[in-house]
Each structure stands twice: as C-alpha cells, then as structure tokens.
Write a new protein. Structure first.
Length: 506
C-alpha cells in the first residue's frame, strides 16, 4: 500500500487529484493533504514521529509560504528515501527542469489523467516495495549476525530456522566443504517459499560457516514452524547430502533472533546426527545413544598388523554400526580419537602425530557425505599413523602431485570446487590431499584457492577501474558478494571499497 501526501494550494484541483488517486485502486491511499510546502513538512515530521511515514509526496510547484521546489529540497535533505513528484502546467516547463534538479523523481502535467496517474503510482509502488524489503532485509541481516539490534520492529512474529548441509564444521578450513557446493546449487529462498502460506514472507542469509544457512520467516503462527520443517525435511530427503534443520518452537522479536540462533547453533553442534537427515525443535530433547567401545577389538589389531584391507574392513564395521544407531557427529569424533588415546600404550604414537590425527579426524568428518568416504579417510589416517610419525618430511623431495594440485586449482578457480571433487580428480581421500598440500605449501588447497581468487579479483579491478565489485566477485567464481567481501577483508585487512577507495561501486 502506497501512502501519499498531496500538496496543492487550490482546493478544487486538490479535490480532483485526490479523486483521481482513489480511482486508481485500493493500493494507493491519500494519507494526508496540505495547502503549501510548510504545512506539508509539518505533516511529514509529525508522521515520522508517529512511525507512519509517507511513501510519496505529490506537490504543485507554485504555492505560497513554501513552494514545491523548496519542499522537494527539504524532503531530500531530511528524508532522501521519500519520493517526490511535481504536478505542473504545460507553461511551467522551466519550473519542471528546476524540480528535476531538486531530486524530484518525476512530474505530471495538469490536468492529470487517470491513466497517467495510475501508471506513475504503480511504478513508484513497485520501487517503494522493493526499497522497503531491502531495508527490512538489512535489519534482519543485522539481527541474524548477532548485532545489537535494539531498534525497529520487535513484534514477536519471526521464525528463525538454522540449516546445516553436511557435517557441522569443527575445523577452520571449511571453504571447500560439500555443504557449500550444495547451497550454491540449491536456492534456499525458493525452497522455503514453496512451503509458505499467503501473507508469510521469508528472508534467507548465509550462516557463520559455508555449510550453514539461515531462513527467517514472517508468520503469525508459531505452529507453522513444525509444518515448514516437515516440508523442508521432505525436500532434503531427495538430495544427495544430509541436511539438519533446527526449527523454532516459538516466534521471536527482531532483537531476539540473534540470541535464538546462537542457542540453535549449540543445539546443532551437540545433536547433529552424522549422515542422517534430521529436523530438531530448538527446545527438543534429543536422545543421544550410549556407545560401546568395540573398536579396540578390531581396529587396533588391524592397525598393528599393517594390513590395509583388514583395517578397512574393521573401520567399515565400526562406522556402519555408529551410523546405524544414529550417533552424533561429536560422538563419532570422540570415539575414533579415544580408540587411539586409550590404546596408545601399545601404539606409542607421538604427541605431534596424535594432535595431527585429531585434527584430520574432524577434517574427514566435515568432508564426508557417506559412510564409505569416511571409512576411506579413516583407513588412510590410521594406516599411516604409525609410519608417518617416523618420517622426516624435511628430507623428502616435493612430490609432483603438489604442483599438479596447484595447477588444477589455478585452471578451475572459477568453478565451485569441493575437497571431495579434488580428491576424486587425483584419486586420494581429502584428508591425504589436504595434509600433503599443507606440508609443502603451508596452507590447505581451499586456503590456496581463496587467496588465488582474491589476487585475481584485485588484478581485474586494477586493470578495469570501472568494474563493479560484484562483477569482479562473479568473475573469480564467488557469486555471493557478501561472502566475497568477507574473504577479501580476511586476506587484505580491508573491504574492497576501502582497498580501492570509496569511489569503487558495489
């Protein structure tokens, strides 16, 4: 609904304009009238205090006390988001030119026809609705990123959902996780829209990791959250990756969303069932299975035997058992770390090798989308745990594989690469490639790719001063400008606009 203030000093013409607006439809409401610019400004300021802003001011140009041009300048200075349209006679074209220089959106000529009025109002209504949505989305973005949101609408009508594709990221190196590729291939906004009723709106945002997404739904019913979660579950069941949805069991105000999401994140970390599609209420008690330690009986002897096939079979048995009882990701991580810790009197693994193994277990969990891929990674990790601690990597010549990985990353830097894809290309498990590459380059493949993309973006923008930031971002394979800016600042210490000067356009 477009709220309009009409400013005209001649009553008959004022009544005619108001009548024309009313004939254009219920979406256009005359929310006030004034006979000069001074009276109009008083109404505008009064409505701002009451929280009922006008969307559009339709004003005559030649009026006593304060004319339409001065009114337009005052509005632009105080409330640049408010549109102004002037109404003038054919003989006043010089005034219209001055008005357009005074930041007026458009003009109409007297007498104003219904068709011309409706066309103009419809165009402004669409533009105003989009502007309001963008402003509202910006407030929600502040809320979900846990800023101190103490202003704006705090009415309890928001249902925040937290969704995680794949494992919960417990390692800092997560930019090439399977979840990122999934979200880039699946538009969460469209997925959620398919679950909504009339009158409900959704806003979707990136989460704190590449696997995480946030959906905030405007609704009047807290009961709708479970229904929406069920429909999302049905959608994710058909996908090739497991997704966990934490849904709210009550509605929140704008200033409560960030806190609610942080509590959901704790719930997610503690309750995510590895390789299982799940939907969990934010206050729901999740049953965590008690795990028996049968791994030491099969895994440790297999490790000591040095037989890779035997070790793989033992690990497959343990992994499938843990997945079948719906063990959480945290339980599985702890389980395979404890197997080594509790039996280290027999294995005699050094502290450095042990810490490396702990990290690689979590790295393997975050990059696995099946029991088979996790078993393969564990087989590599445990099969090499005893021998690798004895190797002196400094005495080894860099294997050709490192240069091959580096060249592949450079050739395919615009693509949406994952660790699993990289491992498939070179026929090794992700943990092996990451550890080996990190040994000789000091960073992981995903960190290398991120740095290379940022260098390429900087080069493009330096060579093309008129290139927009979003164009440079897309050119290097990062289609989310917000994510690109985060990576850019992480790499350079500055936002793109700060790095190139404030004249650089988004």
């Amino acid at each position: 609904m477009l709220r309009i203030l009409v400013v005209e000093d001649e009553p008959p013409i004022l009544r005619s304009i108001v009548s024309t607006i009313k004939s254009c439809g219920e979406d256009f409401v005359v929310a006030g009238t004034a006979f000069n610019g001074k009276s109009a400004m008083e109404q505008i300021e009064k409505n701002e205090i009451e929280g009922q802003l006008f969307d559009l001011v339709l004003t005559d140009i030649r009026m006593p006390v304060m004319d339409g041009l001065e009114l337009a300048e005052n509005i632009y200075t105080c409330m640049p988001q408010m549109d102004v349209v002037v109404i003038s006679g054919y003989h006043e074209f010089s005034y219209v030119q001055s008005a357009l220089r005074s930041h007026v959106y458009d003009y109409l000529t007297k007498p104003v026809s219904k068709d011309a009025m409706k066309a103009l109002l419809t165009r402004i209504d669409v533009m105003t609705s989009e502007r309001k949505r963008e402003a509202h989305e910006k407030k929600l973005l502040e809320a979900v990123t846990d800023f101190d949101v103490s202003h704006g609408d705090v009415t309890a009508r928001y249902a925040p959902f937290l969704l995680c594709a794949g494992a919960f990221p417990t390692v800092p190196d997560n930019s090439m996780m399977p979840g990122r590729a999934f979200w880039h291939a699946n538009d969460l906004n469209n997925i959620v829209k398919g679950t909504l009723h009339d009158g409900e709106n959704c806003f979707c945002f990136d989460g704190k990791s590449e696997s995480e997404r946030i959906a905030v739904i405007e609704t009047d019913s807290a009961l709708r959250s479970r229904d929406i979660a069920n429909e999302l579950f049905a959608y994710f069941e058909k996908q090739d990756i497991f997704v966990t949805t934490i849904y709210p069991e009550k509605l929140y105000g704008l200033n409560e969303i960030g806190h609610a999401l942080n509590l959901m994140r704790i719930k997610l970390q503690n309750s995510l069932k590895f390789l299982h599609i799940s939907k969990i209420g934010e206050f729901e008690d999740v049953a965590v299975p008690a795990l028996t330690d049968s791994g030491s009986e099969g895994v440790i002897p297999a490790m000591l035997s040095g037989n890779q096939a035997r070790l793989h079979a033992a690990l497959r048995t343990e992994t499938e058992r843990l997945v079948s009882v719906e063990a959480t990701q945290g339980q599985i991580s702890h389980y395979f770390k404890e197997i080594i810790t509790k039996n280290n009197n027999r294995l005699k693994v050094g502290a450095e090798a042990l810490n490396s193994y702990f990290y690689e277990v979590d790295y393997s969990l975050t990059n696995s989308v099946s029991a088979e891929s996790f078993t393969d990674s564990l087989t590599y990790l445990l099969g090499n745990l005893l021998s690798m601690q004895k190797e002196n990597e400094n005495d080894k010549v860099e294997p050709p594989l490192i240069a091959q990985i580096e060249e592949y990353l450079k050739e395919h830097f615009t693509e949406d690469l994952t660790n699993a894809q990289l491992a498939q290309v070179f026929n090794f498990v992700p943990s092996y490639l990451s550890k080996l590459f990190r040994t000789y380059r000091g960073i992981s493949p995903s960190e290398y790719l991120m740095k290379y993309r940022i260098r390429k973006a900087i080069s493009l923008m330096e060579e093309n001063p008129d290139m927009l930031i979003k164009e440079a971002s897309s050119s290097v394979g990062l289609h989310d400008q917000y994510y690109f800016s985060k990576l850019f600042k992480k790499e350079t210490g500055l936002c793109p606009s700060e790095y190139f000067g404030m004249n650089r356009k988004p």
